[in-house]
Design a protein around this ligand. Sequence first.
Ligand code: TXA
Ligand code: MG
Length: 322
Amino acid sequence: MATVAEATDAVFDEACARLRGGGLVAFPTETVYGLGADTFSSRGLEAVYALKGRPADNPLIAHVSGTLVARNITIGWDERCDRLAERFWPGPLTIVLDRAANVPPEAAGGRDSLAVRAPRHPLARRLLEAFGGAISAPSANRSGHVSPTSASHVAADFPEADLLILQGGPCTVGIESTVLDMREKTPRLLRPGSVTVSEIEASIGPIDARGVASQSDSPGTTAAHYAPETPAELVEPEQLAAHLDNLEERAAVLCFDVQAVRAPHHGIEMPQGAGDYGAHLYEALRRADAVGVDRIVIEMPPQTNQMWDAVLDRLARACTGA
Ligand code: TXA
Ligand code: MG
């Protein structure tokens, strides 16, 4: 049975013991909850892939307490990485470098690269400090499902698993980290997140942010990830009312004004700002799934600044298959 536990000293001891024994611990980060295993335990890594139902070639992010551990498990950490870490760590930026020879290939889906990130959530930091090594963790959801932004989301995805889930409250960022490939001369954005392209460029100069949606270099960012179970679609604000009136199915509607949503549809009000919207998006999609409707309709948010890029990326993915 999956157990959600308040983070006491005894629970941290148990979490570390489980990781050392090749077991799994779900823990909160500021972005989403992670499903963690010891980066150096092939058994633990295998258990992560098996529990999630994750394709074996989809690499994992190794979570670290800081640059010291990051440098030990990668090759190619340079002065630009220093600047990124100084500016964005601990925080939602993941850096891809070459994998050090001592790190098992399973930690990176068999690739010769490795993604590293120092999360900001106090419980994640405490766990990493207590454990002393690196913790490989994908988002703690069934493969292909919406990422978990609360401990109860994790428990809902893995009710039967022998899994300790650290209770860390709702995630404040709510959207997965920005992933940046630093192996090339011009760094390449693999996944947009709340650390924006202009923030990164202000720190290390121009990066290649083209083709994020189409590339296959980051297997976990192919379309159809991050999707709710109910078919979802994006609708422009000015078409929303007419669209709902003409819909023959009952819909859950993620929108900015629930007053405008009439029965039989079910309105879910979304925050106006990009940061708050991101923090609530996955919870809202899970809630929309739970309403038991035939369709999810999402009012297209404004695209006023780069802060919305990551949200719009995830919305587009949520709507593939609709
Ligand atoms: O915010 C986050 O990044 C969360 C928290 C738990 O840290 N983690 C997360 O992990 O979203 P996951 O596995 O759901 O997504 C990791 C993404 C995937 O798209 C994966 O393909 C990509 O990062 N990735 C990981 N290692 C990579 C590598 N070596 N090369 C290219 N892409 C990589
Ligand atoms: Mg994921």
